[in-house]
Design a protein around this ligand. Structure first.
Ligand SMILES: Cc1cc2nc3c(=O)[nH]c(=O)nc-3n(C[C@H](O)[C@H](O)[C@H](O)COP(=O)(O)OP(=O)(O)OC[C@H]3O[C@@H](n4cnc5c(N)ncnc54)[C@H](O)[C@@H]3O)c2cc1C
Length: 445
């Protein structure tokens, strides 16, 4: 016999756990189904930053959750942009650096204390009967369990099974999932004893090459961008041969000398080759409430790539918007959610594609235009022509001091701010004959 549930959440990641909390807070019973076992090692994951948006969403769920996240996380004060060993920008930042699984753990402990939420670990969703609202789960021993859900919240991540099933079975629903275009690999290290040059409350963007920050467990996280098609063996390879390790050391020394000198030792370089490469997709859905009784949230609805810095924050915001919709539009909360969040999901996808350009080496003219637009905006800010750029209202401290703006507002603000600078930058790049295509692409055509 099938289990009956009022609300079913698929996925116990940050978005799913927060959604379960908000659903219970609205007075409904909710069953969370997660394909993996209950997590134990929170440091097996990667660091993320809870910014003003994510923290505001958690605050509206339970101030104790924010307090706990801040207690176990590390405050981030500045973001330094350091391409090729040169610091070109220092951005005042507001946020808490925490491991993705630590954030989930804080939400999990809060959810487990609520009697309206029940958990089903090791339950992997494999199918949905859209007519009868029946979800089928596979258990580790190969057995199956079915659950009939009145309403289903899909928080099953960027490769969402629910989203794919909706694509196959729900008329008028479609979704795009475009590869990040790069991968990430991580090195962890305790750092050189007594080093004071690299500040623990600053995060560093190594241009398009990587990202550096201190994790809450006291280890430095150095992530490197991998382009599987074009990078050399010492970046893409899986064997810590002496030649690979030597080239990797030289690479870090060239692009981030402060990292090579202060943070990394031989073991960290060798362990790079044990780290799997993380990849992902950027997602855009035609709507967020396919079939009416299903609601897509978090990465399932609008996965971005890490350079956007909004993955976890947008998922937590979704949960909070869903919580408000449950209270204010009890008759059809998912339609209300879709109405509010679809424009934001589309704007977020736009931000993600722009962020991708900063990581994947766009053609020279595009790069030149991007640099000129960035310089133009920085000047406009200095002259108080604009109050801040979109980044200032995402990871920047303006999101805290002046209020969080929706992604839709941010994209409109950016379009207004760059509407005059971008054509001028384009014209200059054309006059100075900056190539439109990469030199290799030009040779081939
Ligand atoms: C390498 C890397 C670095 C990142 N860096 C950042 C960063 O710096 N800042 C930032 O904001 N974001 C970052 N992100 C993105 C961020 O981790 C995600 O946006 C966030 O975790 C999304 O939360 P979610 O709950 O929607 O999905 P997820 O965290 O992916 O959780 C989905 C859950 O659903 C479960 N699940 C999947 N399929 C099924 C199924 N069929 N049945 C049952 N359960 C299922 C999964 O096991 C998982 O627990 C990064 C991501 C990666 C990979």
């Amino acid at each position: 016999m099938s289990i009956q549930a009022e609300y079913v959440v698929i996925g116990a990641g940050p978005a799913g756990l927060a959604a379960a909390g908000f659903i219970a807070k609205a007075g409904a019973r909710v069953a969370v189904f997660e394909g993996r076992p209950r997590p134990e090692n929170v440091f097996g994951s990667y660091p993320v930053v809870l910014n003003a948006r994510g923290l505001a969403a958690l605050e509206s769920l339970d101030p104790a959750v924010v307090a706990k996240a801040k207690e176990i996380g590390l405050s981030v004060k500045e973001l330094h942009i350091v391409p090729g060993n040169r610091t070109v920008a220092k951005v005042p930042t507001y946020g808490t650096c925490i491991m993705r699984d630590q954030a989930a753990q804080v939400l999990l402990e809060s959810a487990e204390a609520q009697e309206k939420i029940s958990f089903f670990w090791d339950h992997k969703l494999t199918g949905i009967d859209f007519e009868t609202h029946t979800c089928t789960f596979e258990l580790p021993d190969g057995s199956k369990k079915t659950v009939v859900a009145q309403r289903l919240v899909a928080a099953d991540g960027n490769r969402s099974r629910v989203r794919r099933l909706c694509q196959e079975h729900v008329a008028d629903f479609s979704a795009e999932a475009d590869d990040w275009g790069f991968q990430l690999r991580f090195m962890n290290s305790k750092g050189v004893d007594g080093q004071t040059e690299v500040s623990p409350d600053t995060h560093f963007v190594l241009g398009d090459k990587g990202y550096v920050c201190l994790q809450p467990n006291g280890e430095w996280s150095i992530s490197l961008r991998v382009l599987p098609e074009s990078d050399e063996e010492f970046i893409t390879g899986e064997e810590a041969t002496d030649a690979n390790v030597q080239k990797l050391k030289e690479y870090v020394q060239t692009h981030a000398k402060f990292v090579a000198d202060n943070l990394l030792d031989d073991e960290a370089y060798r362990k790079y080759y044990d780290c799997r490469a993380f990849g992902g997709v950027v997602v855009k859905c035609s709507c967020l409430n396919p079939a009416g009784w299903i609601c897509l949230i978090g990465d399932a609805a609008h996965a971005v790539q890490p350079a956007t810095g909004e993955g976890i924050n947008s998922g937590l915001e979704d949960a909070s918007v869903l919580g408000a919709a449950l209270k204010e539009h009890a008759e059809d909360p998912f339609a209300a959610f879709d109405k509010q969040q679809r424009p934001n999901a589309y704007a977020l996808q736009k931000l993600a594609l722009e962020a991708k350009d900063r990581v994947t080496q766009p053609p020279p003219r595009q790069q030149a235009v991007n640099v000129m637009v960035t310089i133009g905006l920085a000047m406009a800010k200095k002259l108080h022509i604009i109050e801040g750029t979109k980044q200032d209202f995402m990871l920047g401290e303006k999101a805290q001091s002046m209020g969080v703006k929706s992604y839709d507002e941010l994209v409109s603000m950016d379009e207004r701010q760059t509407s005059k600078i971008r054509p001028i930058a384009n014209a200059l790049a054309t006059i100075f004959r900056v190539p439109k295509e990469h030199p290799q692409a030009q040779k081939q055509s």
